[in-house]
Design a protein around this ligand. Structure first.
Ligand SMILES: [Zn+2]
Length: 421
């Protein structure tokens, strides 16, 4: 149904050579053929899981243990898929992303207010990637598991755009394929409707907006990361790092939450707490009911939210018709910091969904929370030095670059000014 990668032949040859050279024991031809066949099957299984989300992809073995060691030493090489669906090796300088302060060291597994467990958070294993010559952010990766078999992240090349890496085991919900990863370029992703267009109409600036933008370089805010039972059950061993990976994915590459290019605002989002439901918790597929539940002051969250914090609820199941929703359209009086009940959002992060969609839905909803409107989005064009597509459009496309429009930049800047000192 989907076009197999044109370079699959050479890829399989490469995989064969890699296996032949890489194994301590001598691989027999038969074993390698089995591996080849198996990779082909894996590719079609992943294609089936992704459906129209990803139209061309490659399966690659990435030795996550080696990558981890390299990242700790400050430099690593990763496979990158070009828009022509060819794989090139790119070398990056890596540095720890430091998404959460040392003081945040326990995660909370919730069932009921009487039944909860605090567990040590695993060591953070998220890295920002940059060019060898400078520190400009070209991407970020997270090692999901302590066994070092699952990598997830997004990479950017100035000519070839965005390339994603996802663990086959996570997408297929299995543990059969350690170190195997699906990689694809954003060029080969299908359109995706976030679905919240009906809910939020544009509220144009009322003329009283001053647009007194300032660069909040020293300001920071924090997020409480949360998740439902399905998000937890998708893989209890990687639950905390999957939360971190999604926040990282929303922050890096084009710097959507922390724009590199914007001269009007900047928002450093660190992690204030990590929680998840292990039984009970929200399970409704009605987006309105789900949002009401999250906004209810009695919603059971161990980390109490301040006005400068946001609650990001990551949903591992399909919410009817909506991939995400923010608790309020941000403005100086509403949305983020506009009073309790408005600092919440949910974002679907299904295992079999592409990271391209997951990261852009999350970023879009954060955009709503901090002041972005659909009405200020533009279909394509340039904003500052960035050309591409406005993130506040409610349809995600295969654009290689995303940005907040100048009008949304102004609104977001006002909200940040109102919330942060
Ligand atoms: Zn929206």
């Amino acid at each position: 149904m989907y076009t197999l990668a044109r370079t699959f032949g050479p890829l399989f040859l490469f995989v064969f050579l890699f296996i032949a050279v890489g194994c301590d024991a001598v691989s027999t031809q038969q074993e390698s053929e089995d591996q080849n066949l198996s990779n082909e099957e894996i590719a079609s299984q992943v294609e089936e899981a992704f459906g129209s989300q990803v139209t061309e992809l490659q399966i690659r073995e990435i030795s996550v243990g080696e990558v981890t060691q390299e990242l700790e030493a400050g430099e690593t090489t990763l496979p990158f898929v070009t828009p022509e669906n060819e794989v090139i090796e790119m070398t990056f300088r890596g540095r720890p992303a430091n998404l959460r302060p040392d003081s945040v060291d326990t995660g909370i597994l919730r069932e009921t207010p009487d039944t909860l467990e605090t567990v040590p958070l695993p060591e953070e294993q998220s890295y920002l990637l940059g060019e060898l010559e400078n520190t400009h952010r070209l991407g970020g990766v997270t090692i999901l598991d302590d066994e070092e078999t699952m990598l997830r992240g997004v990479l950017r090349h100035s000519d070839y755009g965005l390339s994603y890496i996802q663990s086959v085991n996570h997408v297929l919900q299995t543990d059969e394929y350690p170190n195997l990863h699906v990689i694809y370029n954003a060029e080969h992703t299908g359109d995706f409707e976030i679905g919240d267009g009906e809910v939020y109409s544009s509220q144009d600036a009322d003329g009283e907006q001053q647009g007194h933008a300032k660069l909040n370089v020293d300001e920071s805010a924090s997020v409480v990361l949360d998740g439902d039972v399905d998000f937890y059950n998708a893989d209890p061993n990687t639950v905390w790092r999957r939360q971190e990976s999604l926040l990282l994915a929303a922050q890096i590459a084009d710097g959507l939450i922390e724009p590199i290019s914007s001269d009007t605002w900047r928002l450093d989002l660190s992690i204030a707490g990590q929680e998840v439901w292990v039984s009970g918790g929200p399970s409704t597929t009605n987006h309105g009911t789900l949002m009401n539940r999250l906004e209810d002051p009695s919603y059971y969250l161990l980390n109490s939210l301040s006005e400068k914090q946001m609650h990001l609820f990551l949903v591992g199941y399909d919410v009817n018709g909506l991939a995400g929703r923010a608790g309020g359209i941000g403005s100086p009086s509403g949305g983020w910091g506009g009073g309790s009940g408005d600092n919440h959002l949910f974002s679907e992060v299904l295992s079999r969904r592409s990271l391209h969609i997951n990261r852009l839905v999350l970023t879009h909803e954060v955009g709503h929370l901090i002041g972005g409107h659909h009405g200020h989005s533009i279909t394509s064009g340039c904003s500052g030095s960035m050309c591409g597509r406005s993130i506040m459009n409610h349809t995600i496309t295969n654009a290689q670059e995303y940005f907040y429009s100048d009008a949304n930049d102004e609104e977001i800047s006002d909200v940040i000014d109102a919330v942060l000192p």
